[in-house]
Design a protein. Structure first.
Length: 201
């Protein structure tokens, strides 16, 4: 299974003009559908007088979710070309919105496909690509007197602390790169610590 993914580090924009119509493309890094909805709402308020706000996104690492929306353009003439550009750049956690101002001359389905594809490509050609790694959530339970030894082991790994609890024992929730999970399990075999894999992120 693939464990390395590409996303964009920060928003970019692009532009395409054809027969008076303007296609303003905006690419964003996103991690949830709620974030997509918020960005779309803001763009619709900003460009309230535009004819269409077409978009596509891919979200997720292992379990990817995607959507393409034509927003009133002929079926598959807008959202699919935008989605195709996200896929051709091999990106995830990425949203592209293309705002169209109609110029008075119809472009036809072929012309629309070209316009939405080209404007999306213009925005995505400017992105700084960020590589992210598929991760697994693990739970580590250990006695207080093992804390120093545990921390020494964890310092050798590229991981993120999600939660720390100190009750009758110490309990850490960590996100770890998939490829590091076997090595982490091996490192804790010699300690009186319990490592449980909770599942994929």
């Amino acid at each position: 299974m693939k464990n390395e993914f590409r996303t964009i580090a920060k928003p970019t924009d692009g532009l395409y003009k054809e027969k008076g119509s303007k296609f303003l493309a905006y690419a964003y890094p996103v991690e949830s559908e709620e974030e997509v909805a918020s960005i779309l709402s803001a763009l619709k308020k900003r460009y309230y007088d535009a004819r269409h706000h077409c978009y596509a996104y891919i979200i997720g690492l292992k379990d990817q979710r995607f959507r393409a929306n034509d927003d009133g353009e002929p079926n598959h003439s807008a959202g699919d070309p935008i989605l195709g550009q996200i896929r051709s750049h091999e990106l995830t956690n990425t949203l592209v919105v293309v705002v169209r101002y109609f110029g008075g001359t119809k472009l036809g389905v072929g012309g629309l496909i070209h316009a939405y594809k080209t404007s999306s490509e213009d925005a995505l050609s400017k992105v700084d690509v960020q590589v992210v790694y598929s991760q697994t959530l693990v739970e580590l339970t250990f006695a207080y007197d093992e804390t120093a030894a545990v921390e020494r082991i964890l310092a050798d790994f590229d991981l993120e602390y999600r939660d720390k609890q100190y009750t009758d024992a110490c309990r850490y929730i960590l996100s770890v790169k998939d490829e590091d999970v076997p090595n982490l399990e091996e490192a804790f075999e010699l300690l009186d610590a319990e490592l449980k894999v909770q599942g994929a992120l």
